[in-house]
Design a protein around this ligand. Structure first.
Ligand code: MN
Ligand code: MN
Length: 305
């Protein structure tokens, strides 16, 4: 059995910090709000709660499903009637909580949001130690289709490990081939995405979220020192160009771009619904204990307050 039992307290603290950030998001997300300010504020909340961001706050609007985070100098604001996904991550010593919610500023999108909530409930009900993960996908797909929408087939939940967001196994959001069993001691993020569009996402241009791929020397003192700095701060977790800029200014940013060019740093492309549909998402983090599944983020309870 893995370390999840010993580290339960750290996972719970990370979960509380991420929940606090989402709770703040519920107050801040409104028409005209600056994405930059919302992201910085929520990352600040995570830090105040004694955790660190496990990745930059994602604020994905309308047909953008995931992986949009405001970059350096981002001037964008939340548009009128938007469907806003806020996805936050917190970690304590590498023990991660990954959680997300959707806020619709247009009542016409409420059925989509409700379908995404129902999908998360279905996923949480299905995810237990010993379950074949494809069965979770089947439950999600049934719930979403029954509500008249489509699950996004090429986005999935994921096993997490210390300092590792995507640790191999996937939790599909559609009926699929067998993809392995959930085991006691594992930690999963479950995150159904629901759309009125084509049902899959494609990659878009631009990207402000980065991840160090390896720590091997590139044979250049400045770049090697940049790699060392990124590793000591973020290990293998995603980070924002805002964070790099605020610590090291233009110089650090240009070293980062060079590391991207050398393929030592990966850039996450924003993921956009292929048919231009609206997308809603809810996400929780679950520890699989011997006797039960422990939800550390309980995002749907936040909405009742
Ligand atoms: Mn997430
Ligand atoms: Mn996730």
């Amino acid at each position: 059995m893995r370390l999840v039992e010993e580290e339960r307290e750290k996972y719970l603290r990370a979960g509380e910090a991420a929940r606090c950030a989402l709770s703040r998001a519920l107050d801040m997300v409104e028409e005209g709000a600056s994405l930059y300010r919302v992201a910085e504020e929520l990352e600040g909340v995570i830090a105040k709660c004694g955790a660190s961001p496990a990745f930059p706050v994602n604020i994905s609007i309308n047909s953008v499903a995931a992986h949009y985070s405001p970059g350096v100098g981002d001037q964008s604001v939340i548009p009128r009637g938007a469907v806003v996904k806020v996805d936050v991550g917190a970690h304590v010593d590498g023990c991660i909580a990954d959680t997300a919610l959707t806020i619709s500023l247009d009542p016409r999108r409420e059925p989509l949001v409700e379908a995404a909530k129902r999908a998360l409930r279905a996923a949480l009900a299905a995810l237990k130690p010993g379950v074949e993960l494809s069965e979770v996908g089947a439950s999600v797909e049934s719930a979403v289709r029954a509500a008249g929408f489509k699950p996004i087939s090429n986005l999935s939940g994921h096993l997490m490990d210390k300092y590792t967001l995507h640790a191999g196994k996937h939790v599909p959001n559609v009926r699929s081939e067998p993809c392995g069993k959930a085991l006691v001691g594992e930690v999963y993020a479950v995150e159904p995405f629901v759309t009125d569009g084509a049902g899959y996402v494609v990659e878009a241009e631009g990207g402000t979220i980065y991840r160090l791929i390896g720590t091997r020397s590139v044979g250049d003192a400045a770049l090697d020192s940049a790699i060392k700095g990124l590793w000591s701060k973020y290990r293998g977790l995603p980070f924002s160009e805002r964070w790099v800029f605020s610590e090291g200014g233009e110089r650090a940013l240009s070293l980062l771009k060079e590391l991207v060019r050398l393929r030592r740093v990966y850039v996450y492309p924003p993921l956009v619904e292929a048919g231009g549909g609206f997308v809603a998402q809810f996400e929780d983090t679950v520890l699989l204990l011997p006797d039960r599944a422990l939800n550390t983020t309980r995002v749907l309870e936040l909405l009742k307050k």
